[in-house]
Ligand binder design. Structure first.
Ligand code: ATP
Ligand code: MG
Length: 352
């Protein structure tokens, strides 16, 4: 992604006559920077899917827009969890996001900004029961649980609140979030129509390559933080030997041709996409005679992409007090900057 710097207004060339005040340059309104928001659940260890699908695009957007990012610790309560584990994962996710390059924007913990849950209730009071039950993620995740938490069903209302609270124009997310983003747009439009213009209607930003990284062991399923099996998931903190082993053992397809054809060859296509995204080369330019050679190059490209992240993580982890300071300052700033929107939403819906 490239950004076009805003040019300063051009000044008149001719010198102003003596003693006459120089004509004031006509004010040129710079376009307001676009606003970006995205969040990452503290539901497990961040994966290569998270990195290529959402973190890298979020890092790049910092060059051209006003970005705010969060660790969605409340979303991690939607499935069975262990409190101590959640606490540790939340810090790990925050540190990894910083290590990945989300260090030029406010980064905070969702639970420290109470407006998220307040606005979520207004979204629950705007959404319909049927809309929530239709969500693919709800169907998939609830099918895998014995006891389904109510918050898993209402998750999209909180996600809509997360985004709308920031008046975000753009939301960098992976392909799997497309349906939730559509619902967020519907809720914003419905609220605005019923109660007056309050929310910005956001757009999803998906990366051109790797918007949906698949599990290496089950290439028809998306790679996930909360996947049951670790064999098919590359974690950002995996040591190089683990990355190599997982990729060399990736499930490929019958037949030997190496070509990008996700329907007929999901395993090989996934490796091609991962290699392209990690090396910056287009998928179409990759040509291989064997699965072995493709796997070897993919493993090395992933290791090269993730090594600086792992190294930076080690440095940042040595100073936990600095992480606390940074998260607290960002939360305070977000509380202040979103209070106007929250007051407007309350007023619009009839709460004072
Ligand atoms: P969980 O299994 O707990 O839902 P997750 O791996 O899906 O975890 P999230 O925190 O839900 O991670 O998502 C964070 C971001 O990463 C979202 O923008 C999501 O779309 C993106 N993302 C998640 N998995 C992938 C994937 N396999 N490929 C590309 N993007 C992904
Ligand atoms: Mg997810």
């Amino acid at each position: 992604m490239t950004s076009t710097p805003v040019q300063p207004p051009v000044r008149a060339q001719a010198p102003a006559p003596a003693r006459m005040p120089a004509p004031a340059a006509a004010p040129v309104a710079a376009p307001a920077p676009r606003r970006v928001f995205s969040a990452f659940q503290a539901s497990g260890r961040l994966t290569l899917g998270n990195y290529l699908g959402a973190i890298l695009p979020a890092v790049r957007l910092q060059d051209e827009a006003a970005c705010v990012y969060a660790v969605a610790d409340l979303h991690a309560l939607t499935v069975r969890h262990d409190p101590a584990h959640l606490r540790a994962r939340t810090r790990e996710v925050a540190t990894l996001l910083l290590a990945s390059g989300l260090d030029r924007s406010p980064l905070y913990l969702q639970s420290r900004v109470p407006a998220h849950t307040e606005l979520s209730y207004l979204m629950e009071s705007t959404a319909h029961d049927g809309e929530m039950r239709r969500m693919i993620q709800f169907k998939e995740k609830s099918a895998a649980q014995e006891e389904v938490r109510l918050s898993l069903l209402t998750y999209p209302a909180l996600m809509a609140a997360d985004i709308l609270l920031h008046r975000a124009d753009l939301v960098p997310v992976g392909e799997d979030q497309r349906q939730h983003l559509e619902l967020t747009r519907d809720l914003a439009l419905r609220f605005n129509r019923r109660y007056g213009e309050t929310f910005v209607v956001p757009e999803a930003v998906h990366p051109e390559t790797a918007a949906r990284v698949m599990d290496l062991a089950v290439p028809t399923a998306k790679m996930s933080k909360s996947a049951v099996s670790e064999a098919g998931t590359v974690y950002l903190l995996d040591p190089p030997a683990d990355i190599r082993r997982k990729i060399m053992r990736a499930v490929t397809d019958s037949g030997s041709g190496v070509r990008h054809d996700p329907a007929a060859k999901p395993g090989v296509s996934n490796l091609l996409v991962i290699l392209a995204a990690c090396s910056g080369r287009p998928v179409a330019s990759l040509s291989y005679g064997s699965y072995g050679a493709l796997k070897k190059d993919t493993a090395e490209a992933v290791i090269e992409a993730l090594t600086p992240v792992r190294e930076r993580f080690a440095v940042l982890s040595a100073d936990p007090a600095e992480l606390d300071r940074l998260l607290a300052a960002a939360a305070a700033r977000v509380i202040e900057e979103t209070s106007g929107l929250m007051a407007a939403a309350r007023r619009a819906i009839g709460l004072g």
